[in-house]
Write a protein that binds this ligand. Sequence first.
Ligand code: GLU
Length: 452
Amino acid sequence: MCGIVGYVGPREVVPLLIAGLRRLEYRGYDSAGVAVVCDGALETRRAEGKLDRLVERLAEQPVSGSYGVAHTRWATHGKPTERNAHPVVDSKNRIAIIHNGIIENFLAIKRRLMGEGWTFATDTDTEVIANLVSSYYTGDLAAAVKRAVGELEGMYACALIGTGGTDADGHAIEEIVAVRQGTPLVLGLGKGESFLASDPAALIAHTRDVIFLDNGDIARLTRSQIEIWDRSGAAVQRPVTRLNWDPQQVEKGGYKHFMLKEIHEQPQAARDTFGGRVDFETGKIGFDALELAPDYVRSLSRIQLLACGTSWHAAHIGKFLIEEMARIPVEVDYASEYRYRDPIVDASVLVAGISQSGETIDTVWAMEAAKERGARLIALSNVPGSQATRISSGTLYTHAGPEIGVASTKAFTTQLVAFYLLALYLRQQLGREVELELLAPLAHLPQAISEA
Ligand code: GLU
């Protein structure tokens, strides 16, 4: 789940942005970066991996400024590398953007912009927004963003800074332009300073007066004011909310209880689960910790899914998906029954243990029973290093994050996403085409869940 922070005001921006990102660190991410405008030029620093890597980079190559944006990325389009880290800059080096979300029609826009001579230096969908906005930018960033978002389909919360805007007296304008469609974005009001973030937790140290943007809203933040326009372009006032949150509430993101919070985290968790694993340009699917050679997949007689409880329900849907997409027969077994009978399983069977925690003891023991009989094991789990993953030859991780509510929500939905990916992956390894039409619903899924 990615994090967004922005600041414009009298304070030194970089330490403030890094402190904001730290508040969002618990969500997990694969790279981080900041962009500021310094003496009229855009400066970005980005690093793969943990926030500390970015902090080290900033110590080697310091930057300063009084406004800027920062991001922690959880890749959906393009590998989690420094090259693909945000902020992303347009090919004329005039605009830097941070983005949380997915642009579903990025490929069509990218092809069109390439035809017009725009170049692309990353594999992200975000870069099409940077170039599209830049193509409309003549000094009024908010106007360019308004025009560009009319062409975007998908879910996004973005914040942009640009060079080139001047006020009536010819002074460079210090501003951040933000837009929200589907993914969260909250603005913070200070005295002579303005903030934005994907989660109020990143703002609460500085201000408790916040504005939650509506879908389709575009905001322009300067030191002294925040202007907001709705989707139609009309100037609007959104209510200022005073957050009187205690530390527990900050942890629960303002929701009444964790389960409600986790229900609302499903779009993001689903996205995090397919993020970085699907190439939406070529249709290729791949995982970090799981590889099944084409010859091996072709040799399989069947697949057994072993699970208990919620995971067992997910496995039944997994069976339908795998059989439909890959045409390999699938059996679902209740792990606690499997281990007490004499299951028919051998080296021609791929056995997948499904367990959110990776520690469900019946599932782990059932997996071991299958392994003893010669089957190859894989795990489908949310927890790296857990037992189920350690005894397996590979793991397909769900990226649900911690689930605190007892009744499963996002852990279950991410298992379904993982099964969809697994089914498509098996199809690919069998040499069958994974049509882009099979991937488009995946890119749309976070939005569909959030509408539901
Ligand atoms: N889709 C964008 C990317 O892959 C944003 C990912 C995020 O929200 O962190 O770079």
